[in-house]
Design a binder for this molecule. Structure first.
Ligand code: MG
Length: 207
C-alpha cells in the first residue's frame, strides 16, 4: 500500500516559510509589473481569488497567470531559505517510522525539488520516503489527477492514502483516483474520509 504526503503544513509547520515565500513572490511581482509591494500583494491576492473560481488553488498557477514562467517560479521558491523556517509537527517522526515499515511513503508537493528535499533533510525525515514528486521534476500543478495516476502507476499500486492540509489540492484529486483521504486540519471538512488534528492518529487509520 502507498501513502502520499503533502509536505508544507502537513509534515512540517511551514507558517514562517509560506510567509517568506509569499513575500518573495510579492517582491518579484512588484519588480516585474513595476508597481509597489502593496499593489503587488493586492494583485497576487486578486489573481488567487480569480483562479479559485476556475478551480485553481496553487500559487504556481497565480504566478503563471501574472506572467512568470515555471523556471522563474522555481527560482523564487529556491531562493527562500528553509533553515529556521520549518518545524516538524508533533508526532510526525514517530508516525513515519511506524508507517515506513509497512508501507511505501512518497511526498507530493507544489514546492520544487531542491527546497522540498532540503525541508525533509532539515527535519531529518527524508529517509522515510521512496520518492519525492515535485512540479519541476514531474510537471504538474495541484490539484492534478494525472500526477496521482502517475504515482500509482510508478509503484504498480492501486490502493492507498493521501494526507494533506488542503482538501482542494491534496484530497479531491486523490479521491477521484480511489485513494482514501485524510485531512490534517482543525477545520471541519465533510468531504474528507478522515479528519485528524494530531499526526499519530494516522497509525490507527492506515491499517
Ligand atoms: Mg500543504
Amino acid at each position: 500500500m502507498l501513502i502520499i504526503f503533502d509536505v508544507d503544513d502537513t509534515l512540517v509547520d511551514s507558517k514562517k516559510l509560506i510567509k517568506a515565500r509569499e513575500d518573495a513572490h510579492i517582491t518579484n511581482i512588484a519588480i516585474y509589473h513595476n508597481i509597489n509591494n502593496n499593489e503587488a500583494a493586492q494583485l497576487l491576492n486578486k489573481t488567487k481569488l480569480e483562479n479559485k473560481l476556475l478551480g485553481k488553488f496553487s500559487t504556481l498557477d497565480a504566478m503563471l497567470k501574472l506572467g512568470f514562467t515555471r523556471d522563474e517560479y522555481n527560482a523564487i521558491m529556491n531562493g527562500v531559505p528553509i533553515d529556521g523556517n520549518v518545524v516538524l509537527f508533533d508526532g510526525v517522526q514517530e508516525t513515519l517510522e511506524q508507517l515506513a515499515k509497512r508501507y511505501t511513503l512518497v511526498t507530493l508537493s507544489s514546492t520544487p525539488s531542491a527546497p522540498s528535499r532540503k525541508t525533509l533533510e532539515y527535519t531529518n525525515i527524508i529517509n522515510y520516503f521512496k520518492a519525492l514528486y515535485c512540479p519541476d521534476t514531474h510537471n504538474f500543478t495541484k490539484p492534478s489527477l494525472e500526477i496521482y495516476r502517475k504515482i500509482l502507476a510508478d509503484f504498480r499500486i492501486s490502493t492507498g492514502y493521501s494526507i494533506g492540509d488542503s482538501f482542494e489540492k491534496d484530497l479531491a484529486p486523490a479521491k477521484e483516483v480511489g485513494l482514501t483521504t485524510v485531512l490534517f486540519s482543525k477545520k471541519q471538512e465533510p468531504r474528507a474520509d478522515y479528519l485528524i488534528s494530531h499526526f499519530s492518529e494516522l497509525i490507527r487509520i492506515c491499517q
